[in-house]
Ligand binder design. Structure first.
Ligand code: ADP
Ligand code: MG
Length: 434
């Protein structure tokens, strides 16, 4: 299927072409015709699967066919960064049209607020807003929402996680009842359906199975005790192929410590966490995008929604607590069919969690050992049938010192358990080219 098959406004197709979009992704293929038909939907698909275009294209199309005077569409997003990214995408898709959009968000200075208000006065078809800021704007009566046709909640799961439920309800109470409501989310916890029932009448649900990570990601797992991890990370980063790197750690404290250690070694590194204010975060993101920063270290605050192209490596300094978070995190690399690497450090405590991840991704990864200079890492005990395999590592020491230097996989590390064995899905063997 191709984008032309949706019969979108020709100017939108021009925009798509200019942006290099040729084939719709699965969520786009399903969501676009449904949204064009006017129904409410919940769209659920993992991060990096193109949800933004899935809701923007049909809404933009409808807007071009039925222009309104006041605000036509509101898109709610959890963070300023995401609001800005959505706005950028809209600018791309609508480049050849006369539709206008504006991102409004809190966290900036007073001038921002004045600027946003002024821009709203001159009129915008699409507002992309964080909930708090939109509430102040509605309160100030500066926006005309009487003509609103579409309400979109992007990253609804994240918004609920961040405590925006009441704000969302407040906003909705100020909107016309007759509208199309679209809710997009990377995950589908029960509170999402509850929210949907509260804000939509009947709706259709599209779910692209939260699945395995993109095939282009080379996933690796290295066994490491906590005290080995920083040195191991340093080793990994000696590989110059990794020029754009994100490291996830479990706590803010760890994030700061790792950043300190790496900075000492002269890497261009930045920590990213909730202690930073909005403008600092934004500046950091821009530097990272411009590749003036090699390594970004953060907590899960980094993992959703942030769209940076061409990340070469994602490191899970700690195993993420929730298997789905693993997929979100490593989805930061290899977006839209590029290739990338994801490496997870596993300490003994995290082995059960990692097993859950393997279940979700339907794949068992080879458990590598750290390079021998760092000492032996923990053993990975396979569930149930260990058969003494854990002691079979005599071989690794000699060759493993080479392993952080490049893509050499296999050979230099011992695997806790061989995958394959017939009945399991053959891991990466069913590669599809997209
Ligand atoms: P999600 O919201 O599901 O996390 P995004 O909408 O941010 O994903 O899309 C991820 C990336 O993939 C973006 O860089 C986007 O420009 C790109 N992308 C989305 N759909 C397509 C497509 N059909 N063809 C090419 N690139 C696409
Ligand atoms: Mg998104």
């Amino acid at each position: 299927m191709r984008f032309e098959d949706f019969n979108l406004d020709p100017m939108i197709n021009e925009g798509l072409q200019a942006m290099g979009f040729e084939k719709p992704t699965p969520i786009q293929e399903k969501a676009i015709p449904l949204i064009m038909s006017g129904v409410d939907i919940i769209g659920c698909a993992q991060t990096g699967t193109g949800k933004t275009a899935a809701f923007i294209l049909p809404v933009l199309h409808h807007l071009l066919q039925n222009p309104t005077k006041g605000v036509n569409t509101i898109i709610l997003a959890p963070t300023r960064e995401l609001a800005m990214q959505i706005d950028q995408q809209i600018e791309g898709f609508s480049y050849f049209t006369n539709a206008s959009s504006i991102a409004v968000y809190g966290g900036g200075d007073g001038q921002d607020y004045v600027r946003q208000k002024r821009a709203l006065k001159t009129g915008a078809d699409i507002i992309i807003a964080t909930p708090g800021r939109l509430i102040s704007l509605i309160g100030s009566k500066e926006v005309d929402l009487s003509q609103l046709n579409h309400l979109i909640l992007d990253e609804a799961d994240r918004m609920l996680d961040m405590g925006f439920h009441d704000d969302i309800m407040k906003i909705i109470s100020a909107l016309p009842k007759k509208r199309q409501t679209l809710l997009f989310s990377a995950t589908m916890p029960p509170n999402i359906r509850k929210l949907a029932k509260g804000i939509m009448g009947s709706y259709e649900e599209i779910s692209i199975k939260i699945s395995k990570p993109a095939e282009g990601i080379d996933q690796r797992a290295i066994m490491a005790h906590d005290p080995q991890k920083e040195a191991l990370l340093t080793e990994v980063l000696k590989n110059d192929d990794f020029q754009s790197v994100i490291v996830f750690a479990s706590t803010r404290e760890k994030v700061k410590n790792i950043a300190r250690t790496l900075k000492k070694r002269g890497d261009k590194v930045q920590d990213f966490h909730s202690d930073l204010d909005q403008s600092e975060r934004e500046k950091i993101m821009q530097q990272f995008k411009a590749r003036n920063l090699r390594v970004l270290i953060g907590t899960d605050i980094l993992s959703r929604g942030i769209d940076v192209e061409g990340i070469d490596l994602v490191v899970n300094f700690d195993v993420p607590p929730d298997p789905e978070d693993y997929v979100h995190r490593i989805g930061r690399t290899a977006r839209a069919s590029k290739t990338g690497t994801a490496i997870t450090f596993i300490n003994p405590r995290d082995i059960p969690k990692f097993r859950q991840i393997e279940k979700l991704i339907e794949k068992e990864l080879k458990k590598e050992q750290p390079p021998s200079e760092l000492g032996e890492g923990p053993q990975y005990r396979s569930a149930g049938r260990n058969r003494g395999g854990g002691k079979g590592g005599k071989r690794h020491g000699r060759r493993s010192s080479r392993n952080p230097k490049g893509k050499r996989r296999g050979g230099s590390f011992r695997s806790g358990k061989k995958s394959g064995g017939g009945s399991r899905r053959g891991g990466g063997s069913n590669r599809k080219s997209r």
